[in-house]
Design a protein. Structure first.
Length: 492
């Protein structure tokens, strides 16, 4: 960098010029070649490989579209410029090159360089993935960046050296676009609700807490959009959805990150059965739009997302997977004894609620068996505080979760719209919480006030978009589909 400046060359110039991307230049050349006309182009990109050959030099640069070969020849640029390029330009540098498109003896579409300049000097080398161009023109990659920790911590380097990672995030964007287009096409209105909230709610999770100095009050990063979106139903916005970030101050795993992208929608006058149908249509349509198929590979499984998906009642599913009939054990103590009788070496904490014990049975025994798309439906009321009861069965609510490849991707209810019932459920939950309970669902007086004005019957839905991306792209950790996942602080 200092040598460049000593020679009067700015290693970080203010302006850059580009007439074509690499793909555009190659495409135009292939057409022009048949017509016998010349294609001039000015290209930009990062140098990925170089090969000096005396009076000739070859290089490959990479831009957002892909790679293209450069050919430096003494006839066009002179020996001094070739020597300057070989000495001053390194792998990782960004360069601007102008010239004429040609085809080499090996048949590769190439830019014959007439002029070039530095755009940005790479002061540090990229951590890995060096490309070597052999004499026959073959590009060989050495020491590809594969360390998962470095890739997640230095995503900028990961993107720079691994084209497949760039493709992952392009497809992620396409998946989110397809979800939006599907819901827009069904008449849903996309809205935005507060991220900073005076009271968190809509899920059972520990929030992140901050303080608003001017108002002198604690605020919470939202854990769900639910209670705000349902307020909009009260205001006669009948079909609403939001795609955005939720934040939960809890553990990290292959499918959990403290901040994650959520899709929620609420649909007036619909129930959980209609939401099931819309869900399988939306997910299968998204797969078709982004991948061109409804059959995807996840680990060793081929998953068929074609509707209709399997429906399985939760009680029956847990009974088949664990041998425990949750409907026959109405209290936490009875259910614990039944679990211990069936599985003496695998039991939940005897102090937790009955709902937590059912969650334990679901996670330990049933969930891993749900490989093909399955709607698990009809949940116990004590783990579903915002759902309507099943007619004739006050202990069961109209709720489903969608499972694919052994993990949950979505959750939905026929939403509770009786304000008095909702208030009582909030109060009942407060009694069950222990002093050190981290996953509380607080009583929200403003939400109850909204409900008292009248809320239409409705179906509600929430889906972790990151998990859907994992499923569709065969990625086995949420870190792989987040540009900047949460990591332990790095010590410098």
């Amino acid at each position: 960098m200092e040598e460049l400046r000593a020679e009067g060359v700015e290693p970080f110039p203010t302006r850059a010029t580009r007439t074509h991307t690499s793909a555009q230049a190659i495409a135009e050349f292939e057409t022009a070649e048949k017509e016998g006309r010349e294609v001039k182009a000015t290209l930009t990109g990062r140098i990925r490989a170089t090969r000096a050959m005396g009076k000739l030099s070859f290089a490959h640069i990479e831009d957002g579209d892909g790679k293209i070969q450069l050919f430096f020849r003494v006839n066009e640029v002179g020996q001094d410029k070739i020597d300057f390029f070989n000495k001053m330009f390194d792998l990782g540098d960004f360069i601007q090159v102008g010239g004429v498109m040609m085809r080499t003896k090996t048949g590769e579409a190439t830019l014959l360089v007439h002029e070039f300049k530095m755009l940005a000097k790479a002061v540090s080398p990229l951590p890995a993935a060096k490309d070597e161009t052999l004499e026959d023109g073959t590009v060989v990659r050495h020491a590809a960046l594969e360390d998962a920790e470095i890739r997640a911590r230095q995503r900028y380097a990961d993107l720079a050296v691994n084209p497949d990672v760039r493709e992952t995030f392009r497809k992620r964007a396409a998946i989110i676009k397809a979800l939006r287009e599907f819901l827009d096409g069904k008449g849903f209105l996309e809205v935005e609700t507060p991220i900073l909230q005076p009271l968190y709610g809509g899920a059972a999770a520990r929030p992140f807490t901050t303080h608003h100095n001017e108002l002198d009050q604690d605020m919470y990063l939202r854990i769900s959009f639910e209670l705000y979106l349902k307020r909009l139903l009260v205001g006669n916005l009948e079909k609403v959805y939001e795609i955005g970030r939720d934040f939960r101050n809890e553990g990290v795993s292959f499918k959990h990150n403290p901040e994650f992208t959520q899709l929620e929608f609420y649909w007036a006058y619909a129930d959980y059965l209609q939401v099931m149908e819309l869900t399988e249509q939306m997910v299968s349509n998204t797969a078709q739009q982004t991948l061109g198929t409804m059959k995807v590979k996840y680990k060793e499984h081929e998953i068929d997302l074609t509707p209709p998906w399997r429906r399985l009642e939760m009680r029956q599913g847990i009974l088949e997977a664990s041998g425990v009939d949750i409907a026959a054990h109405k209290t936490a103590a009875d259910l614990f004894q039944a679990i211990r009788a069936q599985h003496p070496n695998k039991t939940p904490d005897p102090k937790v609620t009955r709902g937590k014990m059912i969650d334990f049975l679901l996670g330990e025994f049933l969930e891993p068996t749900l490989i093909q798309p399955t709607f698990l439906y009809n949940y116990p009321r004590d783990i579903s505080p915002l759902a309507k009861p099943l007619p004739g069965d006050p202990l069961t609510v109209e709720r489903f979760e969608g499972y694919v490849a052994g993990f949950e991707i979505c959750n939905a209810f026929t939403e509770l719209n009786d304000p008095l019932d909702q208030e009582q459920r909030f109060l009942d939950m407060q009694k069950d919480y222990t002093d050190d309970e981290e996953e509380k669902n607080p009583l929200d007086e403003d939400y109850l006030r909204a409900m008292r004005y009248g809320m239409p019957p409705n179906g509600g839905f929430g889906m972790g978009v990151d998990r859907l991306v994992m499923l569709l792209l065969n990625k086995h950790s949420i870190r792989e589909v987040l540009l900047f996942p949460a990591l332990r602080k790095e010590e410098f």
